[in-house]
Design a protein around this ligand. Structure first.
Ligand SMILES: Cc1cc2nc3c(=O)[nH]c(=O)nc-3n(C[C@H](O)[C@H](O)[C@H](O)COP(=O)(O)OP(=O)(O)OC[C@H]3O[C@@H](n4cnc5c(N)ncnc54)[C@H](O)[C@@H]3O)c2cc1C
Length: 508
């Protein structure tokens, strides 16, 4: 028996969720290996290089860096320096001939509310108060959803009188907070904000979650120097400088299970890695594929019965900066026709690389990422219809972008469309499902459990879901769960851990 040997944790995937868990476990003294299928880290929050442009894959807005935010707290704990700078305004929403400016500065935002939605000040007051309670509790590493008695006790200890006053809103939706006379413009504005931050609309989004999501601009949005992928690169460098093994081009194809526990993984490079604990930076569907016949019945049921999540259609544009008009911000949101459903090119988010970041584009050019929600079923079609649809969506996206940036069409020097198939190919998320689950109910939130004692999910499929800040909060929870499990195993069943460590191959 060699109880002093360090347990080995294997993380599948170097998205922000996987890497954050990895560096936290490394910091706690464990041996950690990350296997990434792609040639760079970041997944949906990565940045790819093409013809001298550095395009953000999906995520472009980075929150969570203000004091108390998840990325800020991680930096404090580990001594990380993020390559970030705050931006204000966060973004501008174009809707019904209006430009609604999402100021980070609270006073300016209130002026904007009075200008555009004078009838709804009580709604925004309530939203602000609920958001404060939600952010306050999230800063306490709130283990939600709770699973054990210990989790429940932690949840109870985190509650304060103000949190208790907010508790009834855990059963309500954002639209329940709206006055009956709320304008169509306000409703469309809220739907558009919630779709990008909670994956659902006001009538369905939980009031506490949605209030925090609507507050994102006020909590600070940042530019990441070099592109959003530099977040994952920063985590990767911090880890590998301190002994993390991070291997690229290693796609895990199978996770083998014995007696209800993961024991080893097999990769496309015909390599085998054994470990004591496994963290899967995957969707439940992605994990089910790796487990195959070994998937526990609960996971099989989940992937059979859960409705699919959203997909994304993206358009990456290389723009001639000299052909663009002067721009009041770098991020824009356009709702082309508020009477039609959002997504599918009718609501588009547009982000341009900052003019002062020369690493993102050749001189005189800017790199832009445009995205819209799309139902993945739209793309399960014949190849000829697929190409036609891709061209049609490209046109819709450019048409919407012209509302915010007149003349953008003439500035285009390079255009690369991305569909759910593209996301599936590059991020290995089955069917290109991205963004995690709609945040409609706190009571049905998904935790990190998989039905296997030593395998956890991390990433935007677990609460609190999507965004780099959201998956960082989830990763803190998962790292704590793994630590607790390893400590229990080492003390109460040290023979199990030491035996598996003994046989674990140290990856080179
Ligand atoms: C179009 C779009 C726009 C978005 N905009 C924003 C935004 O502005 N701001 C924001 O904060 N968030 C945004 N998001 C959401 C955010 O990008 C994600 O929620 C977050 O990045 C997901 O992180 P994750 O940890 O779940 O991992 P993922 O990003 O899914 O990464 C998982 C990693 O695992 C790897 N992997 C998968 N399978 C395997 C395997 N079998 N073996 C080895 N490696 C594997 C993948 O290659 C990938 O690198 C956006 C998302 C999209 C799609």
């Amino acid at each position: 028996m060699t109880p002093k040997q360090t347990p080995h944790v294997l993380v599948i995937g170097a998205g922000v969720g996987g890497l954050t868990t990895a560096v936290l476990l490394l910091h706690a003294g464990y041996k950690v290996t990350v296997l990434e299928a792609h040639i760079y880290p970041g997944g949906c929050a990565g940045t790819f290089y093409h013809q001298k442009f550095r395009f953000d894959v999906g995520a472009t807005l980075a929150g969570g860096f203000s004091p108390g935010g998840p990325h800020a707290r991680l930096a404090e704990l580990l001594g990380i320096e993020w390559p970030v700078r705050p931006v204000d305004p966060a973004w501008i929403t174009y809707l019904d001939d209006r430009a609604i400016v999402q100021w980070a500065e609270r006073e300016r935002w209130w002026e904007e509310i009075h200008r555009h939605f004078p009838e709804s000040a009580p709604f925004w007051k309530k939203q602000e108060w609920l958001a404060a309670q939600s952010w306050n509790i999230s800063a306490k590493d709130f283990p939600w959803p709770p699973r054990s008695l210990g989790d429940t006790l932690k949840v109870l200890r985190a509650l304060e009188p103000a949190t208790l006053l907010a508790a009834p809103y855990a059963w309500r939706k954002i639209s329940d907070l709206l006055p009956a006379k709320a304008s169509r413009t306000l409703r469309a504005f809220l739907d558009a904000q919630l779709l990008i931050s909670a994956q659902s609309l006001a009538h369905a989004t939980n009031a506490l979650y949605g209030s925090a999501a609507l507050d994102l601009p006020r909590r600070g949005v940042n530019h990441i120097r070099g592109g959003i992928g530099n977040l994952a690169q920063t985590l990767a460098k911090w880890g590998t400088d301190r002994g993390l093994t991070l291997l690229y081009r290693q796609k895990v194809e199978r996770l083998e299970v014995k007696d209800g526990r993961g024991v080893r993984v097999y990769t496309n490079k015909k390599q085998v890695f054994e470990a004591d604990a496994f963290v899967a930076n995957l969707t439940p569907w992605g994990l089910a594929v790796l487990l195959g016949e070994d998937a526990p019945s609960s996971l099989r049921r989940e992937v059979r019965t859960r409705p699919p999540t959203w997909g994304a259609f993206t358009l990456y544009l290389g723009l001639d900066a000299n052909r663009l008009p002067p721009l009041p911000a770098d991020h824009f949101q356009v709702i082309a026709d508020p009477s039609r459903p959002l997504g599918e090119g009718n609501s588009v988010f547009i982000s341009l690389s900052p003019p002062d970041d020369p690493s993102r584009a050749p001189q005189g050019m800017r790199a832009a990422t445009l995205s819209t929600h799309t139902a993945i079923a739209q793309w399960q079609i014949e190849e000829s219809a697929y190409e036609e649809r891709r061209a049609e969506y490209t046109e819709r996206m450019i048409g919407a972008a012209e509302i915010a940036i007149p003349g953008i069409r003439q500035a285009i020097r390079l255009a690369l469309p991305g569909t759910p198939h593209t996301f599936e190919f590059y991020t290995h998320r089955p069917l290109g499902m991205v963004g995690g689950f709609p945040q409609t109910s706190l009571w049905r939130a998904r935790g990190p459990w998989t039905g296997l004692a030593n395998v956890w999910l991390v990433g935007d499929s677990i609460f609190p879901g999507q965004s780099t800040a959201g998956v960082t909060l989830g990763a803190v929870r998962v790292a704590n769960e793994v630590l607790r499990w390893l400590r229990q195993e080492v003390t109460s069943r040290s023979w199990v851990v030491s035996k598996s460590i003994h046989s674990a191959k140290a990856p080179s």
